[in-house]
Every structure is written in C-alpha cells, then in structure tokens.
Design a protein around this ligand. Structure first.
Ligand SMILES: *[C@@H]1O[C@H](CO)[C@@H](O)[C@H](O)[C@H]1NC(C)=O
Ligand SMILES: *[C@@H]1O[C@H](CO)[C@@H](O)[C@H](O)[C@H]1NC(C)=O
Ligand SMILES: *[C@@H]1O[C@H](CO)[C@@H](O)[C@H](O)[C@H]1NC(C)=O
Ligand SMILES: *[C@@H]1O[C@H](CO)[C@@H](O)[C@H](O)[C@H]1NC(C)=O
Ligand SMILES: *[C@@H]1O[C@H](CO)[C@@H](O)[C@H](O)[C@H]1NC(C)=O
Ligand SMILES: *[C@@H]1O[C@H](CO)[C@@H](O)[C@H](O)[C@H]1NC(C)=O
Ligand SMILES: *[C@@H]1O[C@H](CO)[C@@H](O)[C@H](O)[C@H]1NC(C)=O
Length: 315
C-alpha cells in the first residue's frame, strides 16, 4: 500500500508542473482528492484523481496583477468579468496571503500553488479585498514584484459602509446571533462612531497613502465600482488598456437580469450571475445619519482625489 501511494505521489508531481505544489483549498484539486482517497486507492479513485489534468503547456504562476480591494467594492464582479478575457487566468478563492500572517509564513511557493494553471500569454489575477486596508500588504506585495500592476475597485464610501454592515447583518442572522440596526452601531452618544471598522475601511485616503509609499500611481488602476455595475464594458475596456491586453471583452458578454437588477455574464456559451449574497437589499438609513456620514467622508474623499489625480462622484 505504502509503495503504491508513493508511486501515485510521483505521478502527481510529474503531472503538475512543480514539486513545490501544495494542496489548494478546493475540493477539485488533485492533491486534496488524494488526501480524501488516502485510505482506499483503487482504479475508480485513481481515475477520479487524474480526471482533470492541467492543460498541456500550462503552469501555476504568481500573479502579475492583484485586485487589492476594497471589501464590498465589487471585487468579485470585477474578477468574474475579467475572467471573460482569454488572456486572463483568475484564482478561484480569496487567498489572504499578504494580509494574514499565518498564510504569509507558508511562503511564496504555497501562494503559487493556489494560483490557476495559465498559459504563457495569460495574466494571472488573484483578488483579496482585505489587502487594501492591511498594514503589511503593500510592502509584502512590493517585495514579491515591485513592478506589479494593481487593481483597486472603489465605490461611494458611505454606500460601502452600509454594504459592509449589510453583509455582517445577514451573516449574524444566519448564525442566529443578535443584530443591531445600522444607526445603533454608527451613532454612539449622538456622535458618529468613527471607530467602527466599516467606517475605517472607507477612509480611502488613509489606506492609499500606504500603497503610494511602495508603488507609483501609474501601477495602480482604480475601477469605479458604481460605474462597473451600471455600464460594465466601459470600465473593463479601461482595465484591458491598463493591462496592455488586446480588447476582447464585448457588449454581448453582458445581459441585464431584471430579477437581480444587475448584469450577468455570457461567455463561452455559458451564462453566469453573481452569487445570491451579492446585491442584497440594503436597509433604509435615517437621513440625518446619512448626512453625518457624507460630511465625515467629504474631506477624506477630496484628499483621496488629489492623491490619485482623479475624481469620483461620491457624496
Ligand atoms: C469539500 O469536501 C468536504 C468533504 O467531502 C465537504 O464537507 C465540503 O463541504 C466540501 N467543500 C466544498 C467547498 O465543496
Ligand atoms: C485496474 O485497471 C486495469 C486496467 O485499466 C486492470 O488491468 C487492473 O486489473 C485493475 N485493477 C484492479 C485492482 O481492479
Ligand atoms: C474505489 O474508490 C471509489 C472512490 O473512492 C469508491 O467509491 C469505491 O467504493 C472503491 N471501490 C472499491 C472496490 O473499493
Ligand atoms: C511583475 O509584474 C509585471 C507587471 O504585471 C510583469 O510584467 C512582470 O512579469 C512581473 N514579474 C514577475 C517576476 O512576475
Ligand atoms: C436572473 O436572476 C434570477 C434571480 O437570481 C435567476 O433565478 C435567473 O436564473 C436569472 N436569469 C438569467 C437569464 O440569468
Ligand atoms: C434620525 O435620527 C435623528 C437622531 O440622529 C433623530 O432625531 C430623527 O428623529 C431620526 N429620524 C427619523 C425619521 O427616524
Ligand atoms: C492628472 O490627470 C490629468 C488628466 O487625467 C493628466 O493630464 C495629468 O498628467 C495627470 N497628472 C499627474 C501628475 O499624474
């Protein structure tokens, strides 16, 4: 049995491009299939193991582009839409390599093992929205590749806070935990609770300042999340130009789903919409509280516009 296992391992390392590949956190990976089957390796399970070999000529590469955030900015939509492009290969999961110490210490080969197989003419992209607000991520990404191209998708900071709250609200409901109304969290003793994490994450100028210590502005392309949802094509064409890719994303790749209220993707003869948890209805927020948020972010937004030499029609 032991000898048999070893030979399967050898076969595995031969068929994957690198001896350093570690099992990725998806069930579809060969290596994890091996772990699941470890007790009983028979012909059926062996077929299972080798049923999805990587296409010949592909290897796993560290990303040349990373979508660094922001949480609730539309990172999933952006990644799914970029995946239409034949010269882009996207990572299946949020890797949290540069923002979580317990992952970062596993090393760059662990990181690479979580990337998709790609051809030489493809750009590998991974997205982890937590990078944008992480203290260590800019320096760590810079030390991997100082000329990397970064994508940052942002939306109105107040809207982002409400969306952040909404996600936590539904998670708590699903886990039968008590929930508080938005106003109860955002307002403490009559004043804006600026310590609230969701508000902190919307201080785009504060976070951007850290990135600009390590990267030139021309390495960071900012996608307008509000525009991406309304007219995806125009924003994606800007990304194609930023990444020096031939224009391959076209209007027929999108169709509007009335039920969902936003665009779904049609590509390679398949249609896909974002997961149910995306585009959930937001609570109706007290006008006075909304005004307090708008006015708190106003100064930060202006500072951000100057920093990036670009303005947005946020409140
Ligand atoms: C992966 O497989 C395990 C065991 O078969 C299962 O419990 C888990 O739900 C699966 N995860 C996903 C993401 O499919
Ligand atoms: C496994 O399959 C091969 C042919 O694919 C067959 O020759 C062999 O007898 C099978 N072994 C077992 C244990 O079923
Ligand atoms: C072979 O492995 C498959 C997959 O794990 C399992 O369903 C099947 O029962 C096994 N067959 C034998 C004869 O052990
Ligand atoms: C670093 O990123 C740039 C821009 O995407 C890319 O052209 C280059 O190949 C990358 N370098 C390495 C070593 O991956
Ligand atoms: C539109 O969205 C609804 C609700 O999520 C979904 O059930 C339906 O399959 C979608 N239709 C198309 C054509 O994508
Ligand atoms: C909104 O909140 C303010 C206090 O922050 C309160 O005075 C006002 O009555 C609230 N408005 C509504 C419509 O609930
Ligand atoms: C700022 O943006 C304008 C117009 O988009 C451009 O012409 C100018 O060169 C930019 N300045 C800097 C310092 O990047």
């Amino acid at each position: 049995m032991a000898v048999y296992l070893v030979s399967v391992f050898l076969l595995l390392t031969q068929c994957q491009a690198s001896p350093f590949d570690y099992p990725p956190p998806t069930n579809s990976s060969l290596a994890e299939a091996l772990q699941i089957e470890v007790g009983e390796i028979n012909n059926t399970s062996q077929q299972l193991l080798f049923s999805t070999p990587p296409p010949p000529g592909t290897i796993r590469r560290t990303p040349q582009t990373i979508i660094i955030g922001v949480r609730k900015g539309g990172t999933r939509a952006l990644l799914e839409m970029l995946d239409i492009h034949p010269n882009i290969a996207v990572a299946a999961t949020e890797v949290h390599f540069f923002d979580w110490d317990e992952n970062y210490i596993k090393g760059i080969e662990w990181y690479r093992s979580l990337m998709p197989y790609s051809f030489e003419n493809q750009i590998t992209i991974e997205k982890t929205p937590g990078y944008f607000t992480s203290l260590q991520a800019p320096e760590r990404i810079h030390s991997m590749n100082s000329s990397i191209k970064l994508l940052l998708i942002l939306r109105d900071p107040t809207e982002r806070v409400i969306s952040d709250y909404t996600q936590v609200y539904y998670n708590r409901l699903e886990n039968h935990k008590p929930v508080q109304p938005f106003e109860g969290i955002v307002i403490k003793n009559g004043a804006l609770n600026t310590k609230y994490k969701a508000i902190q994450r919307s201080l785009y100028d504060v976070h951007m300042e850290r990135w600009l210590k390590y990267f030139n502005l021309n390495q960071i392309h900012i996608v307008d999340g509000n525009t991406l949802i309304k007219t995806p094509l125009t924003e994606l064409q800007k990304v194609e130009r930023f990444l020096n890719l031939p224009p391959r994303i076209v209007s027929s790749n999108f169709y509007f789903n009335q039920t969902k209220g936003f665009f779904c993707i049609r590509s390679d003869g398949k249609e896909r919409c974002l997961h149910e948890s995306k585009g959930r209805p937001h609570p109706v927020v007290n006008e006075t509280v909304l005004e307090q948020l708008y006015s708190y972010f106003r100064e930060h937004n202006h500072r951000f516009y100057q920093m990036v030499n670009q303005s947005f029609d946020w409140h």
